[in-house]
Design a protein around this ligand. Structure first.
Ligand SMILES: Nc1ncnc2c1ncn2[C@@H]1O[C@H](COP(=O)(O)OP(=O)(O)OP(=O)(O)O)[C@@H](O)[C@H]1O
Length: 242
């Protein structure tokens, strides 16, 4: 394995019966990179992300995540990553501090580490005074920031974010992206899907998936130049809707 590559995907194919959801995907992600996984609804992003997280097996091809083959060592993969999606995040009937502690325990941290990192996360989010409030009393934006903090509490090699800012207001989205940058600066690789094309501009590199295939992969500025468009939104329309 190349030490600079934290994810290596070679000819990944995932079929559901005769339907090909991922059609020979090949790409790498560098350590510490913010990698955007873009594409229209149904392009195959979640399918691929589940395979990368060790939650689903590829039909064929090879996928190495943090040095482990996902088909052979899914448990080792799961211990190397954090995962957050809009659909599953926090326990509504637990408090902020209870949620953070629970995540720490699930991820196998010791008692002292859980206490230290919970405190750090609360201070970083400026939520210390609200630490005993139930999750269900918070806005979606706060929940998502807290879910992200929970997903990186164990300092994984990679964090997978599946549409983390969906339905969140622009100010909170900006704060969320500040958290993403801080996380990447700490050496944690960020693999993110989004339907917001302004967010695609913040990624170091993006892939554009169309009908199960990678249509293109590069830095946002390079893609815009190559396709002669001004914004990632224009690029999306050009590639995903052709
Ligand atoms: N378990 C399954 N069985 C059959 N088909 C599936 C299954 N999971 C996904 N698919 C199909 O695979 C295709 C890709 O779905 P996927 O959820 O990966 O897309 P996506 O790019 O994540 O879309 P979205 O942006 O809407 O989340 C879709 O046509 C979907 O219906």
């Amino acid at each position: 394995m190349d030490v600079d590559k934290i994810i290596e995907v070679r000819n990944l194919v995932k079929k559901f019966g005769a339907f090909v959801a991922n059609d020979h995907l090949t790409f790498d992600v560098e350590r510490g990179e913010i990698f955007g996984f873009l594409g229209a609804n149904g392009a195959g992003k979640t399918t691929a992300m589940k395979i990368l997280c060790g939650l689903s097996k590829p039909t064929s091809g090879q996928v190495l995540v943090a040095g482990y083959d996902v088909a052979l060592y899914p448990e080792k993969v799961k211990r190397s990553i954090g995962y957050m999606s809009q659909k599953f995040s926090l326990y509504e009937d637990l408090t902020v501090v209870e949620n953070l502690r629970l995540y720490g325990a699930i991820y196998g941290l010791g008692r002292r580490e859980i206490a230290e990192r919970t405190e750090q996360a609360l201070k970083r989010l400026d939520l210390y005074d609200a630490r005993h409030r139930l999750i269900k009393t918070f806005s979606l934006g706060w929940k998502q920031k807290l879910a992200f903090s929970s997903a990186i509490l164990h300092r994984p090699a990679i964090v997978f974010l599946d549409e983390p800012t969906s339905g969140v207001d622009p100010v909170t989205r900006r704060q969320f992206w500040e958290m993403i940058y801080e996380t990447a600066a700490e050496g944690i690789t960020v693999f993110v899907t989004t339907h917001y094309m302004d967010e695609a501009e913040y990624c170091h590199r993006v892939t554009m998936m169309v009908d199960g295939k990678i249509e293109d992969l590069d830095q946002p500025s390079a893609l815009k130049t190559a396709y002669g468009v001004k914004t990632m939104n224009d690029l999306f329309v050009k590639l995903a809707r052709k």
